[in-house]
Design a protein around this ligand. Structure first.
Ligand SMILES: [Zn+2]
Length: 340
C-alpha cells in the first residue's frame, strides 16, 4: 500500500531509475533556486511538482509587465502590484504543492549573505541573469562541496552545465574571468524567445532530480542548444590548468567585498552605484543596444527611464538610480543596462 505522498508522485517513481527510494530522496532534499525569473521560475515550478522537500527561492527584483512573456510563474496582477519575485513565486508554488517547504528570500545575493541564504542546501540551480552572481555561486559551491547547475538563456539559445565539486570542470574553466561590463549579450540587449528559458528550466530541473538521487553524469558536460536553428552541442569541457576555483581552491569572489558599492541617497528614493575596477564604459555602444525603456543621451551620460525608474549612467560606470524603491531593484536595473 502506497503512502499518500507516494501516490501523489507515483507516475514519477514508476520510472525505474527514480523509484520509491529516489522519490524519498527528493522529498528529503533542499534545493535553492537563485533568481526566480524565466529559467529559475520554470525550474522551481517543476521541482515543486517533483516533490523536492524544501525549496529556497532567492531573488532581488520585482515582477514587471515585460517579464510576462517568458516568466511562467507570474501573472498580470503580480506585475501590476510589482510584487517581489521571490514572494510571488513562493505564493504560486504553494498552490502547486502545499506539502513541501517553500522559503522565499527577497535579497541581492552577495559574498556577505550567501552562507546564510543558502544554508542547508544540497544543490543550487542558477536562475540568475548576471555573471557576477554565477562566479560567486561557483566559488561557494567549491568552498562547501555542494553541486550547482549553471543555466543561461538569451536570444534563441540556451546553455547548461552541471558542476559537481570537488571535481571540475567549473564555470571558471569555461570563462576564466568575468567579462568587462557591457560585453555580454543579455535579454535586454539581444532579446529572448519566451519558450527558450522555460525549456532550459525544464532541463535544469531534470538535471537537479538526477543529481539529488545520485544519478548525475560522472563527467558533467556543457550543453549548448540553439533552439531557433536546432543546433545542439555537447562539449566535454576540460578542467582548465590553474583554474583558481576547482584546481587551486582559491575563492576570490566569495572572499571579495560586494563587487560594487551601492549607497542610498537620503530622502530622494535614489541610489548611487560605483562599480569596482570598471574602467570606462562605451556609452554609445550601451545606448545603441539597449532596447527597453526611453533613453536620452548626452556626451557624458545616458539616461534611461523604465517602469517608473530613471537611471543616469556615466562613462566611468557610476550611476544614479531614482524611483527604484529599494536597493536590490536599483542594482538589478543597473546590471541589466550595463550587462554585468
Ligand atoms: Zn574550474
Amino acid at each position: 500500500m502506497l503512502a499518500a505522498d507516494d501516490h501523489r508522485y507515483r507516475r514519477q517513481s514508476l520510472f525505474p531509475p527514480i523509484g520509491l527510494a529516489g522519490q524519498r530522496r527528493l522529498g528529503a532534499a533542499t534545493v535553492a533556486v537563485v533568481g526566480c525569473g524565466a529559467t529559475g521560475g520554470a525550474t522551481a515550478q517543476l521541482l515543486a511538482r517533483a516533490g523536492i522537500g524544501r525549496l529556497v527561492m532567492v531573488d532581488r527584483d520585482l515582477v514587471a509587465e515585460d517579464n510576462l512573456h517568458r516568466q511562467v510563474l507570474f501573472n498580470e496582477s503580480d506585475a501590476r502590484e510589482m510584487r517581489p519575485k521571490a514572494e510571488a513565486a513562493a505564493a504560486h508554488l504553494r498552490e502547486v504543492n502545499s506539502q513541501i517547504k517553500i522559503e522565499p528570500a527577497v535579497a541581492h545575493l552577495h559574498a556577505g549573505n550567501i552562507d546564510e541564504l543558502l544554508a542547508g542546501t544540497d544543490l543550487v540551480v542558477d536562475g540568475t541573469d548576471n555573471v557576477a552572481t554565477r562566479f560567486l555561486l561557483n566559488d561557494w559551491a567549491f568552498a562547501n562541496t555542494i553541486p550547482w547547475i549553471y543555466v543561461g538563456a538569451v536570444g534563441g539559445e540556451g546553455m547548461l552545465m552541471p558542476v559537481a565539486p570537488p571535481h571540475g570542470p567549473c564555470l571558471r574553466c569555461l570563462l576564466p574571468e568575468p567579462p568587462p561590463p557591457g560585453v555580454l549579450a543579455t535579454c535586454d540587449t539581444a532579446g529572448v524567445v519566451g519558450p527558450v528559458p522555460a525549456a532550459m528550466g525544464a532541463m535544469a530541473a531534470t538535471e537537479a532530480i538526477k543529481l539529488v538521487i545520485g544519478a548525475g553524469e560522472r563527467e558533467p558536460r556543457l550543453r549548448s542548444i540553439d533552439f531557433w536553428h536546432w543546433r545542439v552541442h555537447t562539449i566535454a569541457l576540460p578542467v582548465r590548468q590553474g583554474c583558481p576555483t576547482c584546481v587551486e581552491g582559491r575563492f576570490e569572489f566569495l572572499e571579495a567585498q560586494p563587487g560594487s558599492r551601492l549607497t542610498e541617497i537620503c530622502g530622494r528614493d535614489s541610489y548611487q552605484i560605483v562599480p569596482r575596477d570598471c574602467g570606462s564604459l562605451d556609452l554609445a555602444w550601451i545606448a545603441s543596444r539597449w532596447k527597453g525603456g526611453n533613453q536620452t543621451r548626452s556626451k557624458s551620460f545616458i539616461r534611461i527611464e523604465e517602469g517608473g525608474m530613471r537611471l543616469v549612467l556615466f562613462a566611468d560606470g557610476r550611476a544614479l538610480i531614482e524611483g527604484a524603491g529599494e536597493a536590490g531593484r536599483a542594482q538589478a536595473f543597473y546590471d541589466r543596462v550595463v550587462g554585468a
